[in-house]
Ligand binder design. Structure first.
Ligand SMILES: Cc1cc2nc3c(=O)[nH]c(=O)nc-3n(C[C@H](O)[C@H](O)[C@H](O)COP(=O)(O)OP(=O)(O)OC[C@H]3O[C@@H](n4cnc5c(N)ncnc54)[C@H](O)[C@@H]3O)c2cc1C
Length: 291
């Protein structure tokens, strides 16, 4: 099947893009990498009256330092995150995570803004943004606003963005030095059944602080295991503390049953993988350090 008829617009500035979106009053869609949008249109699950292609707006592809923060334009591709020295230096967790997304073709086209707005509960990038405390910048007919990623999602495939709003940038505060990530997939680079990301800093005495644990695929949005993180902060991440934290992580799970796995199976996997990730966080040498 092919997409229903639509009008195509290719603005060259953010203001022009927002004006097009406003003109259609919610009946147009932004076209970024097209990796989710185009299949949905081809299956006729979505029938927008128009597409507003943002690929010719140069500033949306920028990556820059803003003081200690790092800013990614909405059109930054996953592949760029894998390769860019600034990302490797400041946000190495992103470079590692995006390697789990789709295949090379998907990573060459897929964008960070598209991933955040698509709001797939198993998406690696939304999970990383939540765990790293990122904020998105949005421009709409009523002006600009900033939304913490922790407040971006309303549910599965649903954000608080208006359809006339354009996500322009993602802003990351400095990231903790250590991270560990794993995901369970049925096939290599398939969408995740479940994923766990943990970050944190360790002081000279071996105590951990700024520990954050995020879970993907176990609820209708990515979630933080806050009670587990509270237990881990200030501890030395002993085996006993890790075991207890991994059990606490299950409390935030409200897993779906779908074609990839049953809710029961996801619930079974969660503490097992949470334990593995936290152990890896504790034991892995800091990137760049000798083990
Ligand atoms: C074979 C395959 C495998 C995949 N595997 C994975 C995977 O393992 N993990 C994963 O996370 N994803 C996966 N994806 C999805 C991929 O990450 C998509 O790239 C992503 O979900 C959407 O990004 P995009 O840039 O292609 O957005 P598009 O498809 O262009 O847009 C997606 C949605 O976001 C909206 N949108 C896009 N940009 C903006 C913006 N700046 N402001 C406002 N709205 C915007 C669009 O209107 C649309 O509603 C896969 C896709 C394919 C085809």
């Amino acid at each position: 099947m092919k997409a229903a008829h639509f009008t195509y617009h290719r603005p060259t500035s953010v203001d022009e893009a927002v004006a097009f979106l406003d003109d259609y009053g919610g009946a147009a869609r932004v076209l970024a990498g097209g990796q989710s949008l185009v299949p949905m249109m081809n299956m006729r699950l979505w029938r927008p009256l128009a597409l507003v292609d943002i690929n010719r707006i140069p500033e949306l592809s920028e990556v820059r330092a803003e003081g200690t923060s790092t800013v990614l334009g909405a059109l930054v591709r996953y592949t760029t995150l894998e390769r860019l020295p600034l990302v490797a230096e400041r946000l190495p967790v992103l470079a590692e995570l995006v390697r789990h997304i789709g295949d090379r073709q998907v990573r060459n086209r897929g964008t960070v803004g598209g991933s955040l707005v698509q709001a797939d509960p198993t998406g690696e990038f939304p999970l990383a943004c939540l765990v790293l405390g990122a904020t998105v910048r949005v421009v709409g007919p009523a002006g600009a606003r900033a939304i913490p990623v922790a407040e971006l999602y309303e549910g599965s495939y649903a954000t608080v963005l208006e359809l006339e709003e354009l996500l322009t940038e993602v802003v990351f505060p400095p990231a903790p030095a250590h991270f560990a990530f794993t995901e369970v997939t049925r096939r290599h680079n398939d969408f995740a059944v479940l994923s766990v990301l943990a970050v944190g800093d360790r002081d000279a005495g071996g105590r951990w602080r700024d520990v954050r644990v995020g879970l993907g695929g176990i609820a209708d949005t990515p979630v933080l295991a806050e009670a587990a993180a509270e237990l881990l902060n200030g501890s030395d991440l002993s085996d006993a503390v890790i075991r207890e934290a991994a059990e606490l992580a299950v409390d935030v799970a409200d897993p779906p049953s779908d074609i990839r796995a049953s809710a029961e199976y996801r619930r079974h996997l969660l503490p097992v993988y949470a334990r593995r990730v936290l152990t890896e966080l504790r034991d892995a040498p800091l990137r760049g350090e000798q083990s």
